[in-house]
Design a protein around this ligand. Structure first.
Ligand SMILES: Nc1ncnc2c1ncn2[C@@H]1O[C@H](COP(=O)(O)OP(=O)(O)OP(=O)(O)O)[C@@H](O)[C@H]1O
Ligand SMILES: [Mg+2]
Length: 331
């Protein structure tokens, strides 16, 4: 079964949001999670206090289990690509903690009365292809009827308990490296509006963060996060805040997927990107205009790793500095 069987089908038209841009706004999420009782279990190495990428639980003297779940509405029309992107994004949070994903289970929601359920098979096939590439066992899943299609995975991984890539381990004086270009939210927004296909964006969103994670661990990196729905500025703000430092971004050094700037200038921008900027703005000092800031806050789907340290082959986009009255500066 392929999209050729349903040539008119446009998955993105069946969802209000799309991809990581459909995440709950960061400020609201933190307010609600703040009401949860804190976990004091002695083996919990990383919980929800700093909004890190996944939970980490020590299981013996050296190892930690990494647990995470991610699912969202279609970010592209092609069901196979949607499956690949959602799975790549779900595995990413394990890589962002410095872990190896061992087993994934599918999370599927489908409006069976509006989209043939056969199409869901294509989504699942895309997710399975990514797990095969990652060497992750796909071990089952859960499926529900839902007014909007959604897909993702819950992923369990393993990591060296003393070598996690945490978002609270950033130190002043260290460079910031970004392993994928930005602009994915802008291009996904244009794809949803026009149906145009952006091959480079799909290639970026289906690239595993595995190699970047392995390179970061080999380089002795201690702090990293993945850049997803809250954008570079949002995730960098969270990392700097959790680490008790401030961060400087060199806007000219930040890479973008081809066509992103033109698409932004033409008015394609997800609502989530502006919300991200609004959230960070009280903690921001900027030498650049608002358009540049919205691009830097663009809600990414299956974005790259933001690494505190240098990685060969990837651009340094800024640095961490001692804490200032602002948390993020863009120059
Ligand atoms: N419903 C929830 N209950 C408990 N914790 C939650 C819930 N939703 C989100 N969180 C926690 O809030 C933090 C931020 O979540 P968020 O989804 O932005 O991060 P993430 O897992 O890194 O996602 P992404 O796939 O975008 O990288 C994480 O620590 C996550 O575990
Ligand atoms: Mg994450």
């Amino acid at each position: 079964m392929t999209t050729a069987t349903y040539p008119e089908l446009r998955l993105t038209q069946h969802a209000s949001g799309g991809g990581c841009a459909c995440k709950v706004p960061p400020g609201e999420l933190e307010r609600v999670l703040g009401g949860l009782p804190p976990s004091t279990h002695p083996d919990l190495l990383v919980g929800i206090e700093n909004g890190d990428d996944a939970a980490a639980v020590r299981i013996d003297g050296t190892r930690a289990v990494i647990a995470t779940a991610d699912f969202f509405t279609p970010v592209v029309d092609d069901p196979y690509d949607f499956g690949r992107i959602a799975a790549t994004n779900a595995l990413s949070d394990v890589y962002a903690m410095g872990g190896t994903p061992l087993v994934a289970v599918n999370l599927l929601a489908w409006p069976r009365d509006r989209i043939p359920f056969d199409v869901a098979a294509e989504v699942l096939r895309g997710g399975a292809a990514v797990c095969a590439e990652a060497g992750t066992v796909l071990g089952g899943g859960h499926s529900v009827d839902d007014p909007e299609p959604k897909y993702g995975q819950a992923v369990t991984g393993i990591a060296d308990a003393d070598r996690l890539l945490r978002n609270d381990a950033g130190r002043a004086g260290l460079p910031l490296t970004l392993t994928k270009p930005l602009g994915l939210g802008v291009l996904n927004n244009r794809h949803k509006a026009t149906g145009e296909r952006f091959e480079e964006a799909i290639a970026v969103m289906t690239t595993l963060n595995r190699d970047a994670s392995t390179a970061a661990l080999a380089a002795g990196v201690r702090a990293a996060t993945d850049v997803t729905g809250f954008g570079l500025l949002g995730h960098l703000y969270k990392l700097a805040r959790a680490s008790g430092v401030s961060a400087v971004v060199d806007s000219a050094a930040v890479p973008y997927v081809g066509g992103a700037r033109e698409s932004f200038a033409a008015g394609y921008v997800p609502g989530g990107s502006r919300r991200n900027l609004d959230w960070v703005r009280p903690h921001l000092l900027s030498d650049v205009d608002d358009d540049e800031l919205v691009l830097l806050a663009d809600a990414q789907t299956s974005g790259g790793l933001l690494v505190v340290g240098e990685l060969p082959g990837h651009p340094v986009v800024g640095e961490l500095v001692p804490a200032q009255e602002w948390t993020v500066r863009v120059r």
